[in-house]
Write a protein that binds this ligand. Structure first.
Ligand code: ZN
Ligand code: ZN
Length: 410
């Protein structure tokens, strides 16, 4: 007899894991916060810690999520461009090369005077349309705006190669000429440089920018591509594990990864990817997606933002908000579901950046064992029965607990 397969929910608290904080009497924000739902999850399940990519490796959110979905980031990650492109809704085809871009401001000598064009908030969709679809030497350049000054560029054509350097100088100086890093990438670098020049001449005369200049705002008169990458075919989760997957996420980077691995990613009103995100809306969306999917993934970005801001008070509040969201989800589950709670990396408030510190994980429901861990935090989790995992082992572990693992051998 075999048990009926269970559905699975994975909640990733972006950057929530932390280090001891002096102002919190050497507790971490997770240890200092009131979080009854998270603690109940730990108490009724099995805990452990996780090196999301590997010991001593500081994960980016993109590589971390690839690992959490069971892919080896060292094999499939070629740069952030493709993830950003898919995140803003551009289609990526085999052979395409994608870039992350900023709308920025340059002076007459092509010196960057503002890398974010005054953190432009409106008009970017019109600007993006005006510079999308440009053709250069058999290469088509597709551009789409992201949030604020961000955007993505996809170059499509024969014989492209992603091994080119950035146009973005990454500081306020003259824009760079993209250079081929291997001889085969000459055509791509040339097309990219030509695109940036053509786009600049269109942007200079665009009504949105004329209007900004009249208002004394820096015009978005250049795009600065960086992070070139190509897509390596990712076998979708549905084919790999036979599961239907959906995601609730606010930030385009995470949405992009979810789409790349074949998840359905609906736009959820109020799920912003900021600290003001609507936690109730996220919980409701996740519950709705549970009806038609085997695996629902939720990313909450706010903890990472508090970490980068070095704001331990905000981080404690984020823990408590996520706890409310978790409570809403747990209370409304109609059946036995495997629920896992973890982080994609630590973003300690004392560091203000991601760190290599392992993250806590708790799994309950399905066949999960119940160990003696009673709280969800970095230290309590370390004494749990899961021990120390690698991020890539998480999804196979969940499939096992959910009675979805295949037998190997007789
Ligand atoms: Zn992250
Ligand atoms: Zn971060």
């Amino acid at each position: 007899m075999s048990m009926a397969p269970k559905k699975m929910i994975l909640i990733v608290c972006d950057g929530l894991s932390d280090r001891p904080v002096k102002e919190l009497a050497m507790k971490t924000p997770l240890q200092a916060a009131r979080k009854p739902a998270m603690d109940a999850l730990a108490r009724n399940g099995v805990s452990g810690t996780m090196d999301v990519i590997g010991p001593g490796i500081v994960p980016g959110s993109d590589t971390a999520h690839l690992a959490l979905f069971g892919y080896d980031p060292h094999k499939v990650y070629t740069g952030r461009g493709p993830i950003e492109a898919v995140g803003v809704g551009l289609e990526m085809r085999k052979g395409d090369v994608a870039f992350r871009c900023n709308f920025a401001t340059v002076d007459r000598s092509m010196k960057v005077t503002d890398r974010r064009a005054g953190r432009i908030r409106s008009g970017t969709s019109e600007l993006a349309k005006a510079i999308s679809g440009i053709r250069i030497d058999g290469v088509t350049a597709l551009f789409r705006e992201g949030s604020e000054h961000r955007g993505a560029l996809v170059l499509r054509g024969q014989g492209l190669d992603h091994r080119v350097s950035d146009v973005d100088p990454h500081r306020e100086s003259k824009i760079l000429d993209s250079k081929p890093l291997v001889p085969e990438a000459r055509k791509t670098a040339d097309a990219l440089n030509e695109y940036v020049r053509k786009a600049a001449s269109i942007l200079a005369k665009h009504p949105v920018n004329e209007d900004r200049i009249r208002k004394g705002l820096p015009p978005a008169n250049i795009v600065l591509p960086r992070g070139a990458g190509t897509i390596n075919a990712l076998e979708p989760l549905s084919e790999r594990y036979g599961i239907n997957c959906a995601a609730v996420a606010g930030v385009s980077l995470v949405k992009g990864i979810c789409r790349m691995v074949g998840m359905t990613v609906p736009d959820v009103a109020g799920a912003t990817g900021g600290v003001d995100t609507d936690y109730n809306a996220k919980a409701r969306a996740a519950l709705r997606l549970m009806n038609t999917n085997d695996f629902v993934f939720i990313n909450v970005k706010a903890g990472d933002i508090a970490g980068h801001d070095g704001d331990f008070r905000l981080k404690v509040r984020v823990v408590e908000s996520i706890d409310m969201m978790l409570e809403l989800i747990l209370k409304d589950l109609k059946e036995d579901v495997v629920v896992a709670l973890t982080c994609d990396h630590s973003t300690p408030v004392s560091v203000r950046e991601h760190s290599a510190d392992p993250v806590p994980i708790a799994i309950c429901g399905g066949g999960a064992r119940i160990d003696g861990v009673k709280e969800f935090d970095e230290v309590s989790a370390a004494s749990g029965a899961l021990g120390r995992l690698r991020g890539m082992d998480l999804l196979p572990t969940l499939l096992g607990v959910a009675d979805r693992a295949k037998k190997f051998g007789a």
